[in-house]
Design a protein around this ligand. Sequence first.
Ligand code: ZN
Ligand code: ZN
Ligand code: FE
Length: 753
Amino acid sequence: MRQLSRLKFRVYGRVQGVGYRPFVYREALRLNLKGFVKNTNNYVEIEVEGEQVNIDLFARRLLSDAPIEAHIDRLESVSLTQKNHEVFEILSSTGEGGPFGEIGPDIAACHSCLEETLDPNNRRYRYALNSCAHCGPRYSIIDCLPFDRSNTSMRDFSLCPACEREYCDPENRRFHAQTISCHACGPKLSFLDQNGGLLAEDQSVLMQAADALRRGAIIAIKGVGGFQLCVDARSDAAVHELRRRKQRRSKPFAVMFGELSRVKEVCFLSKQEEKILNSPARPIVLLKLKSQKLSGALAPDLAWLGVMLPAMPLHYLLLKELGFPIVATSANISDQPMIADENLAFSQLNGIADYFLIHDREIIWPIDDSVVRVVYDRALMLRHARGYAPAYVKVSDLTAGILGAGGYLKNTISYSYNHVLFHGPHIGDLATPEARRRHDQQIDRLTRQQEIGLILAGDMHPDVMAATCVQAEASVAGVQHHVAHIVSCLVDNGLVPPVLGVAWDGAGVGDDGRLWGGEFLKISKGAWRRVGHMRGFSLPGGALAFKEPRRAAIGLLFEIYGDSLFSMSEFLPLAEFSALEKMTLQQMLKKDIQINHTTSVGRIFDAFAALLGVCQRASYEGQAAAMLESLAQDAPAPKAYACKLEKSFGDMLVVDWEPVLRHVLIDWESGCLVNDIAAGIHIALADAVVSVASALQETRVALSGGCFQNAYLTQAVVASLQQNGFEPFWHQNIPPNDGGLAVGQAVWTSWRR
Ligand code: ZN
Ligand code: ZN
Ligand code: FE
């Protein structure tokens, strides 16, 4: 008998739902190897038997030639005795292996699938839910691994004979594609009126939807991860009507384009931005506006527009039919999570949507669109969702079983396995019971099958902790908000401490009980120290102060002028209050009632925006800062301002913004261009980071917190640090805003152990 080698492989990582088994099958056949491949709960198992040289080659190809969407973490192999397999086959999945396996994100329709839907001679011509072994929904339709049709919402659709043939044909690109379907056997489209009454099915749906959009109607479209509200992006009337019905005054809407060439007519587009826009994740990318060809009501007072390309053939076909871009904004009401279910859509969007375009494939895990912008030719994640989430981040020295519960705003969760940290998708603000339910469901899904004890890592703030950490049986660890921010930045950059962390955001509670947000922290592995902060000020009016930049301005001015402020008349924000309100404010500040003492840079941006008359009351979080950044981006000659660096108690460094404030007031008074003033403020803050880093002689500086969503600020800080010989680190795959907190919480808690 011929001497053959026999080897067993286990492949770990993102290897399910990416066409890995079909790939293994073809390689084995090519190299004349016998044996099998199968999915288990958390790895792909392969057994091959044949000539040793061929097995060696096979082992190399498992890594080097894997499908593009696969990420292989680890390949284990073991030799076995000869068995004389007669064939190579794909076996049914088995329930072996641990509970942890990587569920891939949803992948946009690939080029081949799109071509089919546009080819009149193809049997999938105009098939809106086309996908193959390499593309299509994953996370949003999976109950659990292994990635088999029976574990996805495609289980409701049995294969027609033609699809069955493709599924079984090793030469077909849908060989063993779990989401395979077609007009005959797959999910179908319907078009319904505002009451859910059926208007059309299948082929005429897209035509009718296009007609309605052309007439200015608002359509709720069920996409990959949930419903979106869509209108003609060129029409002021339609966009205003959507704003009126959604009660969304000025928060920007994203726009979906059918083709890149049309994007270029409206926005500037760098090579990197084009690449990200077109990537399989298909995120919303914030692009600098070039012309006002579309409605001016899309992103009022902002220099950029959120743009995306379609992820699903459904949208491609619709946009092709239309020939113009559409608004595509998450369908939800009053800060609740995005709607992903028809019945909920009919009830909640009644009075908002004129029509519904739906398909009958269930969305098991709703997921929003991701939002990304490019800073220094690199992606900066703003919302970690469809196409990117869940992410599995490699972290060394990680304790298993820690759950990062995230923050109150822009909540995401994380969970540590050995060496890998799961980072889940954007859930949103936990202000509503619906959002909290989604948060709890995700925690439950992750921890359900775990046998190890659970450690909950949440925000130190008792209210945030109470809202995010509900598992009674777990032990709980509180992590300071800004420490979590900086650690998330370290993880994002694969960096280990020590480092100087610059954590600038809206607010998080500090260990002195005050609202921090302009912090310089020295971080080592498992210990941290506050080494500097912005000069503090009083923020009058409790929660209102976070929505009204004019209040932050009063706080800043009061810090300088004290009580005499109220007898001065030259400041814009003061004029925004009635005489009675001013009296109340004065009493509040004098007697320290309803006052937050804060060092928040987010609020400092608010204050400057109000002082310059840019924004007195914000209608969405971060609006004032976004408007100020928009002005700065178009500054012909930025003003030169500088903060003062002082030392207070002990060695604590304090960055004093007073000199900047005084100069800004003079320049504004003398009619300087507001763009130049806004840019000057950004640059002064950036230079302050360099001053602190120099004073502390820290080379490595990590930048995190919501303020570093600001591209102008981030670029200014990075440039300033680099020019002065420092090594700056900023975010890329994990959001710098509170969407990244969960990662920092889990890793920090692990380091502490
Ligand atoms: Zn495809
Ligand atoms: Zn079919
Ligand atoms: Fe924060």
